[in-house]
Design a protein around this ligand. Structure first.
Ligand code: ADP
Ligand code: ZN
Ligand code: ZN
Length: 732
């Protein structure tokens, strides 16, 4: 009897579907794309498994319509990784496989041969070598003879056909006997570029890199815990260099906002190897090209954001996750995976080292380092002699303010400008004012579709909802009592810009937030202006806090530290600390010492004082102790069932039933809720949730897996949108 093909189809189905091979010329192997009927449509699916039998009777199975790829498009390691993601995150396999392929390939476009193919030749030393001296290493001898006899460089495929295995080539490469290049007549020869020399490493950099290189024989996870400006990148580069020299590929993940032209320029300046860049902002063709270059091994460095963790890399030798604490690594919709955690899994499967770097490691990673799962490497000092900034709190209850800024902060700024220096003002609130209010009756402009206030924006004037995107014209009279001129209260970045230009008319304000900076080009211009180093104010939201270096900044003002102190989300404190440390890290990078002023109404908050007096490590230890008490991650595991509905009663009817279903299967799992989401109404929908908490992953996983089919079948679920988030980051 013919075998059954288990195929991941693009749909939210929880399982793969079984098909028959039909009259396919050959049995498509796992990883091959096929065209299959799905309902009345014809879709592109990926064969995940060849099975002997199906749980369905054979006559109910439909045959596939066509085989798209002559050989598997997805290598077996990615197939296994995709299956693991589907299982771990309880995600539909079709959606996971879609993540593994560039859009053009999801649509069924044929794979085209890669532009740059890797080719091998003898090096000068290899040409001088007498093959007879290698009688005791016959495999090496055959490789050298084959290459010596060839009139042109050979591909790995051609060499493999001649009996030369890739690991032999890598060994020879290490020994300097062969060279590897790229066959691509159109591409400029990267080896002719002028490369930047590596700086002399600090002692800490040297020993961190050495520790990682020593472990390069197999899987090992490292947490590179280095203060901002300590030169983590230099450690990455040193390790990368060795891995590249050994003929392996490097996968480098960066946060969404970290993949700037500067990052790429830095990579290109240091490495003469072909680079593939992968992120969601690329056009379909560019994505396809980059993916193919990675798959063919032509790209030696694969750099990208979250989804690049699923890029093919046949010769993978190292995985790096830069700014591993960054929340953009967690996908917040669809397949809710954490690219950081998947990166560690991938490295383990491929038996290569993985390096997680941050100045503010996530508490999960710190815990993994404490329990010995990761090895922690510390860079405690700034590279290049820069000094660590000093921190001071400004108690807003005791200081006069102009706008959102304490006069003490403004005076400190003035002194910096007089010294020809720059100042960074961090305010994570865009718009003009977060509240628009009538002083006659207390009316406040609220979004009719969300439980949220509207933010006033200027140029053009509008009341905007930051949660659903709604915009309306600000009323000139109070809609409740008719009083003229409702007033803005509080300050966002736009209003603070006005405060600053009024006070310092001669100093340019470079505002950096989502309204002011919509393109990478604009960001690059502002960045260039800041790099010139003349007095300026960099004013912005968290867009400013990530990855950029502003060497002329010597003072950082954090306008409002309090929002993160009082949140229902147990991760808010961790996030605030990361933000404060990251923004402080922009100051005093070069030879000039920096100062950080933090405005707060709660200068005695123990978390703030721990952070400021003892640093991130002490803060983290304190928060970890709290989490241990409460069984919260990283000490316990969570899954969040989020639901939303147009009618509030429907929402809770479903959540009650879901809680009952989960309660039945929950051995060793706490089912908490239903509770309304912290912002219950958003974009016209009511939102609520159930939280599952367990001391370990296995019972949580078992509970969810058993309950899901029943949850899918609940009638009350039909008018509801719901989803499950394993290891959620946001608690709504
Ligand atoms: P991090 O990512 O840890 O915040 P970077 O890697 O960006 O820090 O390095 C901060 C600055 O220090 C950069 O300007 C970098 O060029 C410089 N730097 C790094 N290592 C060295 C070194 N060994 N000697 C001199 N300068 C260095
Ligand atoms: Zn009023
Ligand atoms: Zn809204």
């Amino acid at each position: 009897m013919s075998p059954v093909l288990r195929i991941a189809v693009p749909s939210p189905l929880r399982d793969c579907l079984d098909y028959l091979p039909g009259d396919a010329p050959h049995l498509p192997e796992p990883g091959t794309r096929v065209r299959v009927p799905l309902g009345r449509r014809s879709v592109v699916g990926v064969v995940t498994e060849i099975a002997d039998s199906s749980h369905l009777p054979r006559e109910r199975l439909r045959p596939i319509q066509a085989v798209i790829d002559a050989s598997p498009l997805l290598p077996s390691d990615l197939l296994a990784l995709a299956r693991w993601i589907a299982d771990y995150y309880q995600a539909p396999p079709g959606e996971v496989f879609a993540l593994c392929l560039p859009p053009a390939m999801r649509r069924g476009q044929a794979a085209i041969p890669p532009a740059g193919e890797r080719v091998w030749t003898l090096s000068a030393a290899g040409r001088q070598m007498d093959p007879d001296s290698l009688t005791r290493a016959p495999a090496r001898r055959r490789a050298l003879e084959t290459l010596g006899a060839a009139s042109a460089p050979l591909t790995a495929q051609a060499l493999s056909a001649a009996g030369v295995r890739p690991e032999i080539l890598r060994g020879l490469l290490k020994a300097g006997l062969v060279e590897v290049g790229e066959r691509d007549p159109d591409a400029p020869d990267p080896s002719t570029r002028d490369l930047e020399a590596a700086p002399e490493p600090t002692a800490e950099q040297r020993s961190a890199a050495a520790a990682i290189l020593d472990a390069s024989g197999g899987f090992a996870a490292f947490l590179l815990d280095g203060v901002t400006g300590s030169g983590k990148t230099e450690v990455y580069f040193r390790v990368m260099q060795r891995v590249l020299d050994a003929g392996r590929q490097v996968l480098l993940l960066v946060p969404e906002i970290g993949l700037t032209p500067q990052t790429l320029a830095r990579l290109r300046a240091r490495f003469a190897v072909p680079l593939a860049v992968l992120h969601s902002g690329l056009g379909a063709t560019a994505r396809l090209r980059a993916w193919e270059a990675a798959a063919a091994g032509a790209a030696r460095i694969i750099v990208g954001t979250r989804s690049a963790v699923l890029a093919p890399a046949p010769e993978l030798g190292l995985v790096i996750v830069d700014e591993e604490h960054d929340e953009s690594y967690k996908q917040q919709d669809g397949v809710r995976y954490s690219a950081r955690d998947v990166a560690v899994k991938r490295a383990a499967e491929r038996a290569v080292p993985v390096l997680l770097g941050s100045a503010t490691p996530s508490l999960e990673s710190l815990h993994n380092a404490e329990t010995g799962r990761y090895r922690r490497l510390v860079l405690s000092e700034r590279a290049g002699g820069a000094v660590t900034p000093t921190h001071r709190l400004i108690d807003l209850r005791r200081h006069a303010c102009t706008g959102a800024l304490a006069d003490a902060a403004l005076d400190a700024m003035e002194a910096r400008f007089a010294a020809g220096e720059q100042v960074l003002v961090f305010l994570n609130r865009r718009g003009y004012a977060p509240v628009f209010m009538c002083h006659g009756c207390g009316w406040i402009a609220e979004c009719p579709r969300c439980d949220a206030r509207l933010t006033l924006h200027q140029n053009p004037a509008a009341l905007q909802c930051h949660h659903c995107g709604r915009r309306e014209a600000p009323p000139s009279r109070c809609p409740a009592c008719g009083d003229p001129e409702p007033m803005p209260m509080g300050a966002g970045t736009q209003r603070t810009e006005v405060t600053l230009t009024t006070r310092f008319p001669e100093v340019p304000v470079l505002r950096i937030d989502r309204d002011a900076v919509r393109s990478g080009a604009r960001m690059a211009r502002l960045f260039d202006q800041a790099q010139r180093g003349e007095p300026a104010i960099l004013l912005g939201t968290q867009m400013l806090t990530k990855g950029h270096h502003f060497p002329a900044v010597t003072l950082v003002v954090v306008v409002d530290a309090d929002a993160g102190l009082f949140s229902t989300d147990f991760r808010a404190g961790e996030r605030l600390a990361q933000q404060l440390v990251q923004v402080a890290g922009r100051a005093g990078r070069a030879d000039r010492p920096g100062t950080v002023l933090i405005q707060t109404r709660h200068p005695d908050d123990p978390r703030l004082t721990a952070l400021i007096e003892q640093g991130y490590g002490a803060f983290a230890a304190q928060v970890l102790a709290e989490r241990r008490e409460l069984g919260l991650p990283p000490f316990g595991r969570l899954a969040l069932l989020r639901a939303e509905a147009l009618v509030e009663a429907d929402l809770f009817a479903f959540l009650e039933e879901a809680a009952a279903v989960l309660g039945q299967t929950a051995t060793g799992v706490l089912v908490l809720g239903p509770v309304p989401a912290p912002m219950m109404r958003r974009a016209g929908r009511f939102r609520g949730q159930l939280l599952l908490q367990a001391p370990r992953r296995a019972p949580l996983h078992a509970c969810v897996q058993r309950a899901l089919p029943e949850l899918d079948a609940l009638r009350s679920g039909r008018r509801i949108r719901w989803s499950l988030d394993v290891d959620p980051l946001d608690m709504f």
